[in-house]
Design a protein around this ligand. Structure first.
Ligand code: SF4
Length: 371
């Protein structure tokens, strides 16, 4: 059976990059008028040649999103369970070489945090950890999901990549979706950003969505960390990955996120910049490429940007987020993974959504429907 690595290894980063930058206005117009868009169309839509077409892209993206998702925006909250991490990731505040106080939440603390998040109105929670396999492992996740399942309709995780059988053990406990971002699809640059720890294994991470698909998870979240490499080329590879997964594990749902590197303790500024306009272009390009993919936006982005993007293709948004373990109730002053930009409360965000004529949805899908 083919896996993504086999397809990925046939691609050459520099050739892909050149082909994106070589796209012309004719390619963009062809992509815009197409009813079923290909990966070549996606390249055209993220190319510099598409920037003058941003208004048309935004209009089409809005229409397509409305048709598929209606006037709804889902809300979720991240809950950081641990900042222990054995990896060195040069862009992250939790990196092993960053001398900060480490904390992993106990059962009691998890429930304390859950109670505050629940009071904010959330029914969909994303559990986040670093990678510390001796303390934050499958049994820890299983226990956390068991504790939280009575309180939340949807539980997702963004933790270290696991084995297929480990995902299979968590799904019956109530695990709904898994987010695993490749960070960058540039194999050599990946090594410089991830010099130590299990995360240094590029291919193990790349193959994680395949293991999730085989485990028959309900939803997989993909993404590239924008700022590590040329955003256009990284986004092409992410779309290529999405396309492969949608065709191979067609019963699974997918989401894509667009994290831009944010300031954090001990990290330097990103080398590759994506402007606000280009980020809008990228979001619209994903929507035009895939009608059914969920597009998610975090509080990394500013109030102004998030207000603007709400009606252009985004389907899921976080609000009131804390990016430190215990950040909601237990110990609000511990080190954050990154600084958030939009500090509005979930209720304020819900009001903004309502004011734009959309309905804020506090849960993704009721568990009773998927058994
Ligand atoms: S990005 Fe994740 S794996 Fe890397 S240092 Fe941060 S918490 Fe650890």
């Amino acid at each position: 059976m083919t896996n993504f690595q086999t397809l990925f290894d046939k691609q050459d980063w520099e050739q892909v990059k050149s082909s994106i930058y070589a796209k012309t206005e004719t390619d963009v117009e062809k992509a815009l008028s197409s009813s079923k868009r290909t990966l070549e169309d996606f390249k055209a839509l993220i190319s510099p040649a598409a920037l003058p077409y941003l208004e048309s892209m935004a209009r089409l993206s809005r229409q397509t999103t409305l048709k598929r998702f209606g006037k709804t925006i889902q809300l979720f909250a991240p809950m950081y369970l641990s900042n222990e991490c054995q990896n060195i990731c040069t862009y992250c505040g939790f990196s092993f070489d960053n001398k900060v106080k480490r904390r992993t939440l106990t059962d009691e603390e998890i429930l304390q945090e859950a109670s505050v998040i629940k009071q904010m109105g959330f029914d969909h929670i994303l559990l986040v950890t670093g990678e510390a396999n001796h303390t934050v492992h499958v049994d820890y996740f299983k226990n956390a999901i068991r504790l939280l399942r009575p309180h939340f309709a949807n539980i997702s995780i963004e933790v270290q990549p696991l084995e297929q059988h480990e995902y299979e053990a968590l799904i019956p406990e109530g695990l709904y979706s898994v987010l695993v971002y490749q960070e960058t699809y540039h194999k050599e640059r990946y090594k410089t950003y991830h010099p130590k720890g299990k995360k240094a294994n590029f291919y193990y991470r790349l193959e994680t969505p395949d293991r999730l698909g085989k485990a028959q998870i309900h939803k997989i979240g993909l993404g590239a960390l924008l700022g590590l490499e040329d955003w256009r080329t990284d986004s092409f590879f992410c779309a290529f990955h999405l396309d492969y997964l949608q065709k191979t594990y067609w019963q699974t749902k997918y989401s894509v996120s667009f994290p831009r590197i944010r300031p954090a303790e001990g990290i330097t500024a990103p080398e590759y910049i994506i402007t606000d306009r280009e980020l809008v272009q990228l979001i619209c390009a994903y929507r035009l490429f895939s009608e059914e993919v969920e597009l998610s936006m975090s509080t990394r982005e500013s109030e102004k940007f998030r207000n603007h993007i709400l009606s252009l293709g985004i389907t899921t948004i976080s609000a009131g987020s804390k990016t430190n373990p215990g950040g909601y109730a237990v110990e609000p002053d511990t080190l954050e993974q990154f600084e958030i930009s939009d500090e509005r409360s979930p209720q304020e965000m819900a009001q903004v959504i309502t004011d734009q004529g959309y309905e804020p949805v506090w849960k993704d899908w009721d568990r009773s429907y998927w058994g």
